[in-house]
Design a protein around this ligand. Structure first.
Ligand SMILES: [Zn+2]
Length: 294
């Protein structure tokens, strides 16, 4: 498909134009087909592009992209946010919310503002509240409270069944590309569980808690104070999870909409924090499955 870019790129833009027109005429089911197809075409083309994951390469790629964007008619504040984010990555840290606020895009004409718009769209006059907000990751809004609780209950059961019968040497075997062993993934799930249970406590104690940014990913290969057996690490994860679930079940539903200030993600509710962690875990299950069957 990428070889034939000129053909499908025009189709892609046309799909967005048609979706807008169809929505204006109340043809929402046809419009959803346009938007899904446009998303699919873009993702399929992107899936075929290999971008190296080393930090230096990612910084270089982001800088080249900023350079390409600077030649287009793109908002200056957006370019500045990109530059702050790339500089943070070059320093080996995550970009924080105050450096890279959420972008908002006018659904009618595509006008973009960095940070929540307070005025009508300067191009087409659309109401500020109709802009589309872009959150850092879909996990934040993926699950409603009852679905979240169900996932939080189910995932440790699925992990346990994936680990079943695997000897410790298989659990400790690094991936063929030198990446995480199953032990590191289980450690990572346990670390993430530690962060979310601490955050749940903060939300229950304080109506507007402050939430620090945590590079949980980087802790997975740290063996300080880790139990020697992967099974024991799993058991601490499972026990902490069970305790947190029973606490959440006793929490008044309204508390799930308490808003904390997250250093990396900005304002987030308890509902979003828990949805984030419940959704994040699922992305590691195929990784365990692949390592268990090699
Ligand atoms: Zn507009």
């Amino acid at each position: 498909m990428t070889a034939d870019k000129s053909k499908w790129a025009d189709t892609l833009i046309h799909l967005f134009a048609l979706a807008c027109k169809l929505e204006g005429e109340g043809q929402y089911n046809l419009a959803k087909l346009c938007r899904a197809t446009a998303d699919s075409l873009s993702r399929r083309a992107a899936y075929a592009i290999e971008i190296p994951s080393a930090q230096n390469d990612l910084v270089a790629d982001t800088e080249q992209t900023i350079d390409a964007l600077s030649k287009l008619d793109v908002d200056k504040n957006l370019i500045a946010a990109f530059q702050c984010g790339a500089a943070a990555m070059a320093q080996g840290r995550l970009a924080l919310f105050n450096e890279t606020p959420h972008p908002y895009v006018c659904r009618t004409c595509g006008h973009l503002t960095v940070g929540e718009p307070s005025e009508k769209c300067p191009t087409c006059g659309a109401w500020a509240s109709t802009y589309q907000r872009f959150l850092p990751v879909y996990w934040l809004d993926a699950l409603e409270p009852f679905a979240t609780l169900e996932k939080l209950r189910q995932t440790p059961i699925q992990v346990e069944s994936l680990l079943q019968g695997l000897p410790e040497d298989v659990l400790n075997q690094p991936a063929s590309d030198g990446g995480w062993a199953i032990r590191n993934i289980v450690s990572h799930l346990r670390d993430a569980q530690g962060v979310i249970s601490f955050r749940v406590e903060l939300f229950l104690q304080d109506e507007h808690p402050s939430l620090e940014s945590k590079a949980v990913f980087a802790w997975a290969t740290n063996e300080n104070e880790r139990p020697s057996l992967t099974r024991e690490i799993f058991e601490t994860y499972k026990a902490s999870r069970a305790e947190m679930i029973s606490q959440l079940e006793k929490t008044p539903l309204g508390y799930w909409w308490r808003v904390g200030q997250h250093e990396e993600f900005g304002p987030v509710t308890l509902k979003q924090q828990v949805s984030y962690f419940a959704s994040h875990e699922l992305t590691h299950l195929p990784q365990i499955e692949r390592l268990a069957h090699k």
